[in-house]
Write a protein that binds this ligand. Sequence first.
Ligand SMILES: C[S@@+](CC[C@H](N)C(=O)[O-])C[C@H]1O[C@@H](n2cnc3c(N)ncnc32)[C@H](O)[C@@H]1O
Length: 189
Amino acid sequence: MIENFDKITQETLLELEKTQRDFWNISRQTAEFLYNTVINEGFISGIEVGTSNGYSGTWLGKAFKLNCGKLNTIEFYEKRYSIAQANFEKCGVSDVIIINPGEAIEVLKSLPEDIKFDFAFVDANKRESIDYFNLIHPHLKVGGIYTCDNVLSHKEKVQTYLDAINAHPDYRHTILDLPAGLSYARKIR
Ligand SMILES: C[S@@+](CC[C@H](N)C(=O)[O-])C[C@H]1O[C@@H](n2cnc3c(N)ncnc32)[C@H](O)[C@@H]1O
């Protein structure tokens, strides 16, 4: 899959994988899955919570670029989103990715009421997963996909989120057996 990308992107992603633990990046397997989901579903508008150094954002940016879409991503740590910006530029996706600096909850609260996403990927403060879900829900299009990483590795911290999405009548939810566990839900109404 990584072979589909230009040489600079391949090299950048392989380089980022060497420091995966320092920047808490998702696994390659999860990245490939999210990339394929965005492309296959034809999604054009995404929100990511937790940019870090831009590893997942680069994969997602490539997918949204293919679909002529855009990705918004949120990060409060300046050092990390500066590195992410440089990686997005290097990999040719900075034109489709908007970095929103700040506290995720505050950024999500400040979204324009009419902004709609067809894809969400949540990977920031695990205990705040429930808040991110409640704040993104009104902006997610029917038919869209909501994902949240680390639901098996950090089960206790995300339990309120899992209980909420499992019980929510607007979502069909499952947990995918990817490294760390990926919560995957379609908004059905
Ligand atoms: C697990 S890492 C994200 C990794 C990234 N998704 C990837 O795979 O390349 C989580 C990131 O969320 C950021 N973060 C944590 N809590 C946050 C908050 N309340 N607001 C904004 N960013 C937050 C951290 O600084 C960290 O860089």
